[in-house]
Design a protein around this ligand. Sequence first.
Ligand code: ADP
Ligand code: MG
Length: 537
Amino acid sequence: MFGHLFEMSGGDEAQLLNETSRIKGKEALYKNIEAADALAGAVKTTLGPKGLDKMLVTENGAVKITNDGASILENAIIEHPIAKMLIQVAITQDNTVYDGTTSTVLISSELLQNAWELYQKGIHPSIISNGYSLAYETSNEFIHSNAIKIKHGDKLENVVKTSLSVKFGSTLRDHLVSLICKTAREIEAKNNLKIIQNKGGSVEDSYLLKGLVLAKQACSPDMKRNFSKGNILILDGGIENKKPTMTTKINITEPTMIAAFREKELALISEQIDDIIKISPDILVCRDGIDDYAIRLLQKNGITAYRRVEKEDLELLARTCSASVIASPRMAKRDDLGKFESSEELNWSGITHWVVRGTNSKGMTLVIRGSNQALLDDIEKSFSDTLGVACEANEKGLFLPGGGATQMALSRHLKKWAEEFKGRESLAILAYADALEVIPRTLAINSGLDPIDKILKLNAAQASSKTKMSNYWGFDVETGEICNMIDKGIIENIRQHEQALASSTAAAISILRIDDVLWAKNDPTIPEGIEDEINEN
Ligand code: ADP
Ligand code: MG
C-alpha cells in the first residue's frame, strides 16, 4: 500500500497520509531502537552453553522448551515491524549458516543502542551509517586475516561441540557430536541426508542408515515386502492416464465408445509395463501415481511398486542405490537400474515405514529416537543445524575462536583504527567496536560472572602479547577462565561470523535510515501503545 503512497503527488498524497498513522524523525528512530532492544532482551539470557532455556507456549497450549534463538524468534508472536525485520535477519542467519542467531540479534540491537547515543549527541544518522559501513569492511578483513586453516575433517568434533554445546547434557551431547561428525564425514553434502523421527526409545538409540526410510507401503498388500539385495527402477513420473491439459469435449454417440476409450488406455498402460518388465526390476518407485490396472500387472510379474514419492526422496534414493532417474518407462534401460542391499517394511508406532538400504553413502537417513514429540523436534532441529555447520566446516576449513575471543579482538582492532581515523565517522567506528563486546559480556553475565571484570581481564589478556595468538584468548564459560580458545577447541566456522557481522550491520543501517513510520489506520499490526501516543500528539 505504501508503495503507491509515494508514487502519488500533491493532493492525493496529502489525502492518503490523512488515512495513516505516522511517527516521524527522532520519535520514529527511538521507537524502532526500543523494539530492537526488547527483542534482544528476550533472547539475551539464552546465549552460550550456560544460557537458560525458554518455555514457549503456543496458542493451542502446546509447550516447547528450547534454547535455540531461531526457534524462539520464529515462534514468538511479534507485532512491531522492526522486531519482525530483525527476526527475518535471524532466520536468514539460521537458514544460511545454521548458527549464530542469538549473537546476530544481540549485535544488531547493540549497534542501534550505541547509534542512539551518538544521535543524541548531534551526530547525523548518515554519518553513523557511514562509520558502521567502514567498521564492517575493516572487520571483515580482520576476521579473514585472523582465521585459522584446519585441514579437512580435523577438529570437526570441536566445531560441532561448540555449536551444539548449548543444548544438551554431556552424555547426550557426546553421543550427538559423534553421530553428527560421522554423518558429516559420510554424506559430504547436507542434502544427502533425510531425517525421520521414530517415537520411542531414547535419543541415544538414534542411528544412521545408508539408504532411505519413508512412511510408505507398497501399492498392493499382495506385493513382496522383504528383499535382500535387488534392483530398483526409479521413475520421475507415473503410470497412469495423462489428464488432458486442455478442456476437450467429446461427443459420445454409442455406449461402446466408452469401452473403446478404456481399452485404448489399458493398452497404453500395458505397453509401459512391458517396457518395465523387459529390464526386470525387483522394485519400481514412481513420483506420481500408478493406475490400479498397472498395479495388478506389476504384481503379477513379481514387481513391488511404491508410488507418490517426493522428488527429493526420489533423488536421495537414486544416489544411495546409484540409479538413474528416468523420465518414462519407454526410455528405461538395464543400466538405469540401481542396487539395494535390502528392502523391508516396518511398523513404527502403528505406521508402516519402508526401509531401503542402499549401496552408496551419498544418500542416508538419520532415524531419531526419543520419548516425546517436543524432544524429537528439538533434536531434529539441533541435528540439522549442527550438521550444516559440520558440512560447512568440512568444506571450507576456515575457523575463528569462539567464547567472545573474536569479537573482543575485533573490538580492540577497531578501537586502534578509530584513533587514527580522521573524520567524524571515527566516533561511529568506536561505537561499532563497543557493540561487539556484547558477546563476551553476555557470555559472562549468563555464567553468573561479573561482566565488567571479565571484559577488563579479557582485554588485558589479549593486550599482553603482540602475536596473533593473543587474538585467540577468550572466555571458557565451563571453567570461567580466560584462555586460548583454539587450544581449548572452542572454535567456529568463519562463515558464521561473516554472516552475523554482515546482516547485523545491514539491519542497523537500514533501521537508522528510517525517519518516518507510517501505519495504515486501524491496521491491527500497529503495536499497542503507539496508536495512543500518535493520537495524543
Ligand atoms: P547463537 O544463537 O548466537 O549461536 P548460542 O547460544 O549458540 O548463540 O551461543 C553461542 C556463543 O557461545 C558463541 O559466541 C560461542 O563462541 C559461545 N560458546 C560456545 N561454547 C562455549 C564455551 N565452552 N565457552 C565459551 N563460549 C562458548
Ligand atoms: Mg549457537
